[in-house]
Design a protein around this ligand. Structure first.
Ligand code: SF4
Length: 302
């Protein structure tokens, strides 16, 4: 843990002394809990996904829609006991799963939490909702503890990864991470329209980069075939300071998205969710102005 090398940044920071490049110290920092109603339908169900949003991020893309928690730290540290308690409260609220959002920089801290929660009878599927920028070594610590991996695969071109996430190695790291995730989960397993196990890869189509999206889809289709689900996202909405990347300061056109979807169909991809143009809004981004009370009692989650 210290020095920390648990993600591909391998920044070697002693997190007991100062934050790493992910902005995180040693203790898990939780920004929000909620019954999330806007995840993929098979992860949302009727009760909602029991989401725990962690603060900080080891990738911090320039176009991030969750900048208030990824680029600015928000929330408070949570002990192992508090995290377990929150998971059981979400279960009482009829969450259909426990959804750990952007927790890669806390992987080692969460392993004992998940082990203990399982030992105490937490029997909901656990979803690992990540950017895909993770090391295989860290993911192996989660083997047997995660039911559903929900990574992004953002770019295939290292130049794009460098320009938008300052991580030229993202494509190689994400390919290795997703391969490890699929190895752990095996094929998709559904029960009553809910996903109980498997890997779902999200890809957000960016303005002007339909060609890179096609490269991402081609690799996923040829590598994993029908063993994974894809979520091809149309929801890109400009936000934050995009002055250094002006090409991203517009919405995606219908023609760009359709080009990517047509390519997916031509590849023979069948397990895929698509999004309508109405998704191009920040209305589906959670409100992170949550109170501390909201963290300490799941009944206050909104
Ligand atoms: S998890 Fe954070 S501190 Fe650790 S290597 Fe990655 S960026 Fe550095």
């Amino acid at each position: 843990m210290n020095p920390c090398n648990q993600c591909p940044r391998a920044c070697g920071t002693d997190r007991s002394q100062k934050p790493g490049l992910c902005l995180a110290g040693e203790e898990p920092l939780l920004a929000k809990i909620m019954l999330h109603q806007w995840e993929e339908p098979f992860l949302t169900g009727e009760g909602g996904s029991g989401a725990l949003f962690f603060s900080g991020c080891n990738l911090r893309c320039v176009f991030c829609q969750n900048q208030t928690i990824s680029h600015e730290l928000k929330g408070r540290t949570c002990s192992k006991e508090e995290l377990i308690d929150i998971m059981f409260r979400l279960k009482e609220r009829r969450a259909v799963n426990i959804n750990l959002v952007t927790a890669a920089h806390f992987t080692r801290q969460l392993v004992p939490v998940l082990r203990e929660a399982r030992a105490r009878g937490l029997n909901l599927p656990v979803v690992w909702n990540s950017s895909g920028y993770e090391s295989v070594e860290s993911l192996r610590l989660l083997d047997g503890l995660i039911d559903v991996y929900l990574p992004d695969f953002k770019y295939m071109d290292p130049a794009l990864a460098l320009r938008y996430s300052r991580a030229e190695d993202y494509p190689a790291a994400a390919r290795a991470a997703i391969t490890e995730m699929v190895r752990q989960t095996g094929p998709l397993r559904f029960q009553d329209d809910l996903l109980m196990g498997g890997t779902v890869v999200r890809h957000l189509v960016l303005p002007g980069h339909a060609d890179d999206s096609q490269s991402v889809l081609a690799w996923l289709a040829t590598t994993f075939g029908h063993d994974i689900f894809l979520s091809i996202m149309n929801q890109y909405t400009p936000c934050g300071d995009l002055s250094a990347v002006p090409e991203l300061n517009r919405r995606l056109t219908a023609a760009e998205y359709d080009e990517v979807v047509d390519y997916a169909l031509a590849l023979g991809i069948e397990n895929a969710l698509l999004q309508s143009e109405e998704s191009q809004t920040l209305d589906y981004t959670p409100d992170f102005s949550v109170s501390e009370e909201g963290l300490s009692d799941a009944s206050d989650a909104n």
